[in-house]
Each structure stands twice: as C-alpha cells, then as structure tokens.
Design a protein around this ligand. Structure first.
Ligand SMILES: [Zn+2]
Length: 409
C-alpha cells in the first residue's frame, strides 16, 4: 500500500499550508472531484434507503453540549469555547445534538418512525499538532452522519440495513474491512453511568452481529460515551487500524433531550437513536481509498475518467469535439494533445486514468476511438458514441470492472 500523504500531493489531490494550519488540509480540483463524487454516491444511497437530508450549523451554544453530555465526557477533544457577548459558543465535536434538537422541533407520530435524518456535515476535534498529518488526523472533519429515531423494536432492522449499506459501499469503492468490532465500554469515567442501558444496547448489537454471520471481535474501552457500537475497521499499509464506518445504539441522548413520539395508544414514548456512518469522515475515507488503490480509483470515482489522445495535430478538432461530448454527458475527460509529447509518453503519463481514447487518422475519418483500459486491455476501434455510452453505463452502475463488469448499484 501507498502513503496517502505522499501520493495525495504527487497526484494533486490535497495539500496543507502552515499558514492555514496543521490538521487543516485543503482540497485541490482533482481531490475535490473525488470527494464530490463520493459525497453524491452517499447522498443517493441514503435517499434510496429512505433517509432525508438536513443542514445544521457547525456551531452551537455550550448548553447544547452540556445537555448532550459531550461537555462532561468529551471536552478533551473539543475546541475551547468562544465568548460572544456573554454567551459561549462551541465548534461542534459531533452532529448528534443538532439532530436531536431538529427532531424535537416537530411533534412525531409512531407512523413516521423510523425517521432517518442524514447530513454530510462539518465537525471539529482539537487533535494535538504532534499527531496530525495528511487526511487521517484532521481538526476539521466532514462526517457522513445519520441518526435514525425509532422504536426499540425497529433498532435491530435499522442496524442490519446500515451494515448492508456499508457492505454495498465497500464493494463499489473496492475496499474491504480489516475486521468488525463490537466496541464496549471500559473502566474509567468516560462513559455515562447507566448499567441497564448498556446491557440492553449491547444485547441488541450483539444480536445484529450474530444474525449477520459476520466475524467480529468485542473490544472494551472503544464504545462512544453514550453507548456501544459496531465499528468497521480498515487497515493502512503498515497494518494500523482505524474506524471507517460505525453503527451505534443510543438510549442516552433521547433521554437527555427529552425526545418523544406519540404512540398508537395516544401516549408519549421515548424513541431510540441509532447513529450510523457508511464511510465515516470523508477525509479518512479518501485517505484509505488513495492508499488502497495507489491513486488508480474505480472509474466512477476517478478525478479524470477518460483521457483523449489525438495521435497528431490533425485529429485535434475530433479530440476537442469528443471532450465536449464527455462534458455534456457528465464524464470527467481530459484532452492530452501532441504538444505534451509522444503518444507513448502521454499514455504513460495517464497510467492512472481508467480509459484512454486514442484517435488517429483512421479513427478520425470513421468517427471512431481506439480504447485502451488502465488494466492493459486494448479494444478494437469503435464508434465514439458507443464507447461513451458504455463508459457512462459502467460509471452509473459504480462498476468495479472497467469494461465487462456486471452492472452494480
Ligand atoms: Zn451521532
């Protein structure tokens, strides 16, 4: 595997500047293209699975985190509060409290549950500068987050469905878990004290994991302060593990925010919160994708999906027309003309691009392209329109295969 920090810079995906600060990377156009595509994939998958998206601010009053419990259990990881005219405002360390407040802002019937609220939103952690580097330890995080407000009976099915979304996303992204972990509380005052609550939520997640047939290990001292979680661990080149995806059961915050729904009996009942993230933080997900693929991203995710290579100046107009057609179709294409060197040199330079469309005199005359695939396959010349239709379909299907792959969602 590769070091994403080195490769990210070489490929022009992201960078840092001491003037902006440690742990605060910025995204260059190619990195932003990958990130945008990943975020759209997630939002689409969530919409299909019945989630509704919200936006909420990255700041909140100190009281919000006192109620949620972050202030007493999590303040070591939070930025110091800002004083604003006698009021203290905090950069949020997680999205849960905002979503709990949004849920509480309207009354809800049991018929609306499970209510699935999603947001790709910013949050902030005061990581020490000594451990910062690249995209894996950052102070500003974009989290793929969602909270499902549901009845106790619905928790297991929602957790199972979240694990299935994770499985499908990993397949499309070409990554695989190092292991599944059932993260339990450990000794120390980090966790809210409610033994009965921990027992119930741990039993629920254990049942979900047992039924899934996935191998997993229990680990003490890895739970969230408010509840246990299923963590999907990935490993970097050196074998260091980190958590990418997570599914958590929470009885604590619904209690603290006094959430309720009106049941079939007309009375108020307390919902359970399932916190879940399919790809975790966008930063960590992209870091892992860079290391896993060495920059050769799946075609649907690649910053440049197609490079157009006219053999000589004479084919430049055809190449430019093809580039325009790609842009119209939503494909990310780049024209690399003969001013950039010999055809061989341009092919080598584009070695990470999934598709290379070569246009020589014969292809130009016929309206054809000769496709070369990143994996070394060379296809017979075919009508340019057919080639783009096929590539478009593979991209649309998030196919892991560059040409023959069965369509996958
Ligand atoms: Zn949460």
């Amino acid at each position: 595997m590769h070091d994403h920090r080195k490769l990210g810079r070489e490929l022009g995906l992201f960078d840092t500047d001491p003037l902006i600060g440690a742990g605060l990377p910025y995204w260059l156009p190619d990195g932003a293209a990958v990130r945008h595509t990943l975020e759209e994939y997630i939002r689409t998958a969530e919409r299909r699975a019945g989630y509704r998206h919200v936006y909420s601010p990255v700041l909140g009053k100190r009281e919000l985190y006192e109620i949620s419990g972050h202030w007493s259990h999590y303040s070591d990881d939070m930025f110091p509060p800002m004083d604003l005219g006698g009021e203290q405002v905090v950069l949020r360390p997680s999205l849960c409290p905002h979503h709990a407040v949004i849920y509480r802002s309207r009354s809800h019937s049991y018929r609306e549950l499970p209510l699935r609220m999603a947001e790709l939103g910013g949050m902030y952690r005061s990581e020490l500068s000594g451990v910062l580097g690249g995209l894996t330890r950052v102070r500003a995080i974009q989290l793929n987050d969602a909270h499902i407000f549901c009845t106790l009976d619905q928790v297991a099915e929602e957790a199972r469905a979240a694990l299935e979304m994770i499985r499908r996303a990993y397949e499309a992204l070409g990554i695989s878990p190092a292991r599944y972990r059932l993260s339990l509380p450990g000794p120390g005052g980090k966790y809210v004290a409610a033994p009965e609550m921990w027992q119930r939520s741990t039993a629920l997640l254990t049942e979900v994991l047992d039924r899934s047939g996935l191998p997993y290990e229990a680990a003490e001292g890895e739970a969230a302060f408010y509840g246990p979680k299923i963590d999907v661990q990935v490993a970097d080149g050196a074998g260091r593990e980190s958590t990418l995806s997570t599914v958590q059961v929470d009885f604590h915050q619904p209690e603290r925010f006094d959430l309720h729904y009106i049941g079939a009996d007309g009375a108020k009942h307390r919902p359970v919160m399932v916190h879940r993230s399919i790809i975790g933080s966008v930063e960590r997900a992209v870091a892992h994708l860079i290391e896993q693929h060495g920059g050769a991203f799946p075609a649907w995710l690649a910053p440049t999906q197609l490079v157009i290579l006219p053999v000589s100046e004479a084919e430049l107009p055809d190449a430019a027309a093809l580039a325009r057609r790609c842009a119209e179709l939503g494909l990310r294409a780049e024209l690399a003309g003969p001013e950039r060197g010999s055809l061989g040199a341009r092919v080598r330079e584009a070695r990470l691009v999934p598709y290379q469309a070569v246009i020589g005199a014969r292809e130009a005359a016929d309206g054809h392209v000769a496709l070369r695939l990143r994996d070394g396959r060379r296809l017979d010349p075919r009508p340019a329109a057919d080639a783009l239709t096929r590539i478009g379909a593979l991209v649309e299907a998030h196919s892991a295969d560059l040409w023959d792959g069965a369509a996958r969602a």
